[in-house]
Design a protein around this ligand. Structure first.
Ligand SMILES: Cc1cc2nc3c(=O)[nH]c(=O)nc-3n(C[C@H](O)[C@H](O)[C@H](O)COP(=O)(O)OP(=O)(O)OC[C@H]3O[C@@H](n4cnc5c(N)ncnc54)[C@H](O)[C@@H]3O)c2cc1C
Length: 243
């Protein structure tokens, strides 16, 4: 019989599964409080694909608490005006001025590029915090000493890691959620796409012109970069029947 203790890493107090937005934010929050942790990420590199995420006032409060709010602000335009567009005509049906005070203080909204956000969080972590190519395949709570106070993580490369605390941030098909016995995610029947286009001149007019003219299709447009060649985030969501 293989001796499990010999195969095990030294063990970690806190292990976070997944280096997505959630995993890196938790790791950085702990680091700011002086608490070390290890983040296990299945991918060999940070998964920075995708384009941008619409982040509002509360998201910026969280980013400020993590100490990266101003880094993110400096790379993204603040949205001044939200336009609700008619799904039938494509005309602007309502404008919401985001420069006025909201119920809980000033509004703040930006379309934050996913790669910029992930790198900003990663760069603030101590070197070696994220362990790439470290996919958790199964979890045991039997650590062999009988007191059940550690989780045993089995990784895809055959290695075993012992963790006192395991935090699941491993996305929609979470191994941690499965181990906890949480219900599988259910399909809401809604799909959403994100894309971008460059509008160097008169961005809003051109962006609205380019919007898909289809009845019943909610969509949004948001400015992204504070450069001359402005990128606009296109967001479209729709019901999906499987066809
Ligand atoms: C590649 C990608 C691109 C996206 N692009 C956009 C976008 O353009 N606009 C938008 O609004 N939203 C986008 N999203 C969605 C949005 O970023 C996330 O859904 C949201 O931020 C939730 O983040 P999360 O950290 O909870 O989960 P995720 O972002 O899904 O991160 C989970 C992480 O855990 C890792 N992981 C999973 N299983 C294991 C395991 N067993 N062991 C170790 N690691 C594991 C994954 O590789 C991943 O890095 C994207 C998501 C992804 C994954």
């Amino acid at each position: 019989m293989v001796n499990m203790v010999e195969q095990q890493d030294a063990g970690e107090d806190i292990v976070i599964a997944g280096a997505g937005v959630a995993g890196l934010a938790v790791a950085l929050g702990l680091h700011r409080k002086g608490v070390g942790c290890v983040v296990l990420e299945s991918s060999p590199v940070l998964r920075t694909s995708g384009f941008a995420i619409a982040a509002w006032t509360n998201a910026f409060r969280a980013l400020d608490a993590l100490g990266v709010g101003d880094t993110i602000r400096s790379k993204h335009l603040q949205i001044q005006l939200a336009c609700v567009m008619s799904p039938t005509t494509g005309d602007v049906a309502r404008e919401i001025d985001l420069r006025v005070q909201g119920k809980c203080g000033p509004n703040e909204a930006r379309c934050v590029q996913r790669n910029v956000l992930l790198h900003a969080l990663e760069e603030e972590l101590p070197p070696g915090t994220i362990r790439y190519s470290s996919k958790i395949v199964s979890i045991d709570d039997q650590d062999g000493d009988g007191d059940g106070d550690a989780k045993i993580l089995h990784l895809a490369d055959g290695s075993i890691l012992r963790a006192k605390v395991l935090i699941g941030c491993d996305g929609i098909n979470s191994v941690v959620a499965k181990w906890l016995g949480l219900a599988k995610p259910s399909d809401s029947g809604r799909r959403a796409t994100r894309g971008h286009a460059k509008y160097p001149d008169r961005p809003w007019l051109r962006a609205q012109d380019a919007a898909v003219q289809r009845p019943g299709l909610p969509r949004g447009l948001g400015p992204v970069q504070p450069h001359r060649r402005l990128l606009v985030l296109h967001m479209v969501s729709f019901s999906y029947s499987g066809r």
